[in-house]
Write a new protein. Sequence first.
Length: 232
Amino acid sequence: MIRVLHRWPGLMALALLIVLSVSGAALGLELELAHQPEGHATRDLTLVSRRDYGAEVQAPTAILRFALPRESLWQRLTGHGFGRFSAGDLLGIVPEGSEVPRLYSLASGRRDAFIEIVVRKHPGGLCSGQLVGLEPGQTVRAFLRRHPDFKPGSGHAPLILIGAGTGVGPLAGFIRDNTGCREAIRKGAHVVVCGGQGMARGVSEALEEILAPTGLTPAVLKEEGRYVEDIY
């Protein structure tokens, strides 16, 4: 167990729950665990525009663009608050009626001068429902969280980005243009996959078929640090 937790520290909370449950049963006590979400200093972000997709297939999806909040010179220099961020970092949204934030990958960086995320409405989803129903001029409570592990590698090698939802179009083009993709990956391109687990499995299987003539596989690319996944 110790080795597992050392390799995957994210399992620590689950392991603690298991230990407490076993201890409570041994003592004949019913232990009640109350989750206390971590507090975050939030800012009000104002929606300036939105683009909607997916309603015709019962999968409402929106690209939401928020105005960049004003930051002091000190915040811009130190990177505090929204003073410094890039695509792939996380935007935490605190919905009305809950203090538990929901995290969304950013589709924009500080240089773009706006904050943009893509949201798909989930049945019964508190936060996604509020976001998809948001109108320009309305605000949400939000904070920024850095995500340095999900960044493309440096260098001049071509980069292939694969996404779910509104990224289905580029994904189809990726599969159709597999000859160009093979050549790009052969020359050292990186692959970054962001989206649901089912989509990620499909991408991996399609990529394995595409790369078959080259002798490369997604597993080999992962070992080389050229295949990165951020999936949920």
